[in-house]
Design a protein around this ligand. Structure first.
Ligand code: FPP
Length: 249
């Protein structure tokens, strides 16, 4: 990961540049209405659309990373997995024009090679068509797990060391960041998790080392722009010290 280093002080007036969201509570949203779980995922797409649009309007936000499908989500019933894959393809196709119009660049992190071929084709196409977007990078974490990502990075680094391209003694934090899927992105400043759960669930464990964490009881399908603003307002009140004493000491 390039951009801000862990030890640098935050840029701009305490406003997050990279917001990452663990979208949770789709199933509970549906259950509380007596609806099938899948309807919760469908409704969650509306929140995704609104949050992307809002982020494109907030100049300080350059990256929005959404945890859309974890490497553990394959354990869900096949019907739900298939539905999520279909939803993902439909989302990319339906939003393509809007993304281009709004300057959104679409990218992914995760073991995308493990996704079905038809999904990969749509993801590639979406990435290609939106590659010049310069307002916001929308990054979907798909078949993503932080530990798996770190293992893949370590394998690449170990390969370079084994072939003599690098010396193990010189491997730095930046070298590791550069092999992660997020290479080239700044680190998340603010990680939001919805639906009352207070854990990271294998999301951006390396990258979020210094992120501010924000938890809300709001279920993802109910999450709207005002909730994003509440999270950002909360973030602006916090003093980020990055292991130091902060500016007022
Ligand atoms: C958690 O809800 C959410 C997910 C499994 C991923 C989020 C997926 C979407 C918002 C829809 C698909 C996304 C795209 C980009 C097409 P949950 O089912 O775990 O909720 P629960 O904990 O209440 O059961």
């Amino acid at each position: 990961m390039t951009g801000r280093r862990q030890t640098d002080m935050p840029e701009s007036k305490n406003l997050p540049k990279h917001v990452a969201i663990i979208m949770d509570g789709n199933g509970r949203w549906a259950r509380s209405r007596g609806l099938p779980r899948l309807r919760g995922h469908q409704k969650g797409i509306e929140s995704i659309r609104e949050i992307i649009t809002e982020c494109t309007k907030l100049d300080h936000i350059e990256y929005l990373t959404l945890y859309a499908f974890s490497s553990e989500n394959w354990k869900r019933p096949q019907k739900e997995v298939d539905f999520l894959m279909r939803l993902l393809k439909r989302f990319c196709r339906q939003e393509l024009k809007t993304m281009v119009k709004n300057g959104v660049k679409f990218t992914t992190i995760g073991a995308v090679r493990g996704l079905p071929e038809d999904v990969r084709v749509v993801l590639d196409e979406t990435g290609r068509v939106t590659k010049d977007g310069d307002k916001l990078t929308l990054c979907l974490a798909l078949n993503y797990g932080s530990r798996g990502e770190i293992v893949r990075a370590v394998r690449k680094i170990a390969g370079k060391a084994a072939s003599g391209k690098i010396s193990p003694r010189t491997i730095s934090e930046d070298d590791i960041s550069a092999e992660l899927d997020t290479a080239g992105m700044s680190e998340p400043d603010l990680v939001i998790r919805t639906a009352g759960e207070m854990r990271l669930s294998n999301f951006l464990l390396w990258q979020a080392s210094y992120a501010e964490l924000y938890f809300t009881d709001v279920l993802w399908p109910d999450f709207r722009r005002e909730h994003l603003h509440e999270a950002i307002d909360d973030y602006t009140q916090r003093v980020r010290k990055f292991g130091g004493l902060g500016e007022d000491r």
